[in-house]
Structures are given as C-alpha cells and as structure tokens.
Design a binder for this molecule. Sequence first.
Ligand code: PMP
Length: 355
Amino acid sequence: MNTETKWESFVRKVVPYVPGEQPKEKDIIKLNTNENPYPPSPRVKAVIDSFDCGRMRLYPDPDASVLVDALAENYGVKPSQVFVGVGSDDVIAMAFMTFFGSDKPILFPNVTYSFYDVWAEVYRIPYKTVPLREDFTINPDDYKTENGGIIFPNPNAPTGVLESVAMIEEIVRANPDSVVMIDEAYIDFGGESCLPLVEKYDNLLVIQTFSKSRSMAGMRIGFAIGNERLIRYMNDVKFSVNSYTMNTVTQLCGAEAVRDKDYFSETVSKIIATRERSKKRLAELGFTFTDSKSNFIFASHKTKSAAEIFNELKKRKIFVRYWNKPIIENYLRITVGTDGEMDALFGALEEIVNE
Ligand code: PMP
C-alpha cells in the first residue's frame, strides 16, 4: 500500500551514511572509529583555558584566517590555496557540490569510504564504482575512461592500502578534464602525500583532517589544498550555503595544533610503532591483513568469522568496526589504540580464536 502524501513525493529521499558506534559507557575499549588514542597538543588546552568567552558574542571570522594561515605556512602554500571546513566530511561534501556537476559519472573504488556514494546520492551526482584488484590495490588504467570526476582515499579506507604518488600522478595527468580528489585522511601515518602535485596540476584537490593524526575528531576540522582557482570555486559555494561554518574556538585551537610540530610527530610515531607491533601479534593469532599505512588494521582470521569475533569482542566491551557487506564481510577494521588497549585486545582475541 502506498501511503505517500503529495509533499512526500517531493522529499529529497536518501539513505544516510551510518557512522561507527559512539557507545555511552565509559569502561570500554574503543577501536571502531579511527580516533587517536592520545589527547591533542597541550597547546590546544592552553588556548581553551585562556579563551575569553566574551568573544562568543561575535560571529567567527568567516575566512578562518588564523587557521588557514597556519596551514598555509605548515604546508608551504599560499593561504588562497587552502579551504577549511567542519571536518573533512564537510570539506568533501562542499567539494562534491562544487566540482561534480557533470552528467558523466564520477568514479571511486567499490571498496572505499562509504560516504562517497551517499554524497553522490544526496547531490544527485551520477557515479560508478570501480572494482579494486584482488589485493585491494587500485589499477590506474580503470580511471582512464570518461568521467565527471574521481575521488579515493590514500591510504584507502577501510583497507589501509597506500598507493604511490607516481600512480596518483598518472591518474591526475590522464584526467585533465575532471577534478581528482585525493582524500588523505590517514596520510600522516606513514604515507607520502601528493600535496606537492597541486603546484603542477590545476585539477587536483588534496583533502586532509585533524580527526586522526591531530587527535581532534571532536573539534571537527578538515581542509583542502589545491590550485587557487579550485579553492576560489569552493569558497563561492561555501559562502552561498553558510558563511560561518567554523566557530572561533575551533579556529584558534586548530591553528595551535598545526604549530606544535614536535607533539604531532611524537604521537604519530607512537601510533606507527604500536601498529607495527600489532601486526606481529595479529599474525601470531592467525590473522591475515593488508600492510596498513594508516591508524587501523584491516584484518581477517583464518578460521573464525569476522562477525563472530566482532560480537565476542563487543561482549568483552571492546569495539572494532565490522561491515556486513560483500567482499569485506570477513574483515574487521581495528583502530590502533595505545599499547595498553592493544594488549587488552590481543588478550581477548587469544581467548576468542582458541575457543
Ligand atoms: N575520509 C575518510 C577516508 C575517513 O575515513 C573519514 C573518517 N570517517 C573522513 C574522511 C572524515 O573525517 P572527518 O570528517 O572527521 O574529518
């Protein structure tokens, strides 16, 4: 029976993205949404401690100049090449709206960040998913067909597989008529960024976030760097939707986080060390996995199903991420936590896989 009312027939209907669970309990081990287990730079806390709440009367700087300038300096580009948004989800959504206006399909991998198809649906952008190779790598030749744009993460999520800058350059070079977006949410954990390529190609947009390597998922800061023309087009769209997206405190905290380079490299190194140690333990426990260069490991067990391990871990208050989807239904995505959290995970896994 169709009970749709007249107004409902005009609704923009979408199946929303489902983010990882954010359980309310405190005594859990949370390895399900790729958050950083360490706090942000102490300089961020100092900003908050000294913030004058009187400033909240005023609208924030719509250009977020303090943050844009800090990022431009850090990455050696002009401020006019930097776009900031409320998390990279906001930045990518703006970029989809700005650049993917062709009637040809945009391309992204069949196993990738599951928000891309949702944005494509909500903005009514035609899209085509491109199968990864068996080992989850990208075949650049698959991206040399007519398209309305290209996006993929590097390293890819949820696989953790890193592609080379040379391979990405090959795709960017082969597509001068469309914008290629590289979502570098996890690039700081051992990958080589393709940021240097933005000087060479006017169709490349590189997107990064403060949510992972800078421990600020709760602040919501993302940014894109590209050719000045791309950034101008993005700002035109942003200022046509909402000028004041990023609040004053966030702008100040973000700028301080970028300036504290020592703290950044220290925490990133700790996570990389824990990740590599975790790979060894997981192998001993009978898991196989890709050689992740991110802050998570995408692992499958030789005998126990991912669904069973996921449920057993949850009973022990350890949360990892699991998708009941074709191709990846026997994989778990495990965020790299502290050494202590990972040891607790290995203890639980030992029980579960030997049951
Ligand atoms: N891209 C990828 C590949 C991600 O995994 C995430 C995290 N969910 C994001 C973008 C968005 O992160 P944020 O909005 O927190 O910057």
